[in-house]
Design a protein around this ligand. Sequence first.
Ligand code: PGA
Length: 257
Amino acid sequence: MLTPLIAGNWKMHTGIRQGADLVLKLRELIKGVTDVEIVIAPPFTSIYHLSHLVADSPMQLAGQNLHWLKEGAQTGEVSGEMLADAGCRYVIIGHSERRAYFHETDELVNKKLAAALRAGLKPIICVGETLAEREAAQTVSVVSTQLRGALAGLPTGALKDITVAYEPIWAIGTGKTAAPQDAEDVHNALRELLFELLGSAAKPVRIIYGGSVKPDNIDSLMGQPNIDGALVGGAALKAEDFARIVKFKAAASEHKA
Ligand code: PGA
């Protein structure tokens, strides 16, 4: 059993003060949670300030994106080394919004993945299909191509710290979640592909689900054997909701009692 990872992607929301309020609330609400890894991905401008507020808490910070170079004449970009310097341990790569609005390809995701590893960051690599692709029964082939492209040519030994996030595009920000069993089927296919590509280095790799994860669906998603956590967008901006998602285990044991 892998330690679950619950990550909150704040996207382009929160200024420094708002982000700090959210983190301070979360600190109280998730006190004592030790059996889940908790990551938040604020906008770049808040990372350094928040690094002081998460320092002695279970939360770790992630960047939402990075440039593949260490430094250079790349106006407006931020490198993995800069994210690490500001306090990040993780970085999200290839989110569907980056693929759709900033034309990120699998090749670019691959370069960014190599750059994240070079900077000592743990990458969360996003894959996911559109509604049209799902309806055409292409889900597994689409996400497999994305994952193969992301990992291409990288040394398998370096990939044990990666996390794969399966995020069906039609479920992101729409209130529609994949049915737990449908998500599980895709996770299972991704797990098999990881073992095919990485061999035993695939063992510690978590596959997390994203797309309208909320307090009322987290428990059934986490009940699936191949869902190792969640990448949460909208609900990560509400302290109570995110804390409830993080505490899915406590809810499961209350259920049993
Ligand atoms: P959502 O976003 O939870 O608001 O659907 C998820 C994501 O984009 O990572």
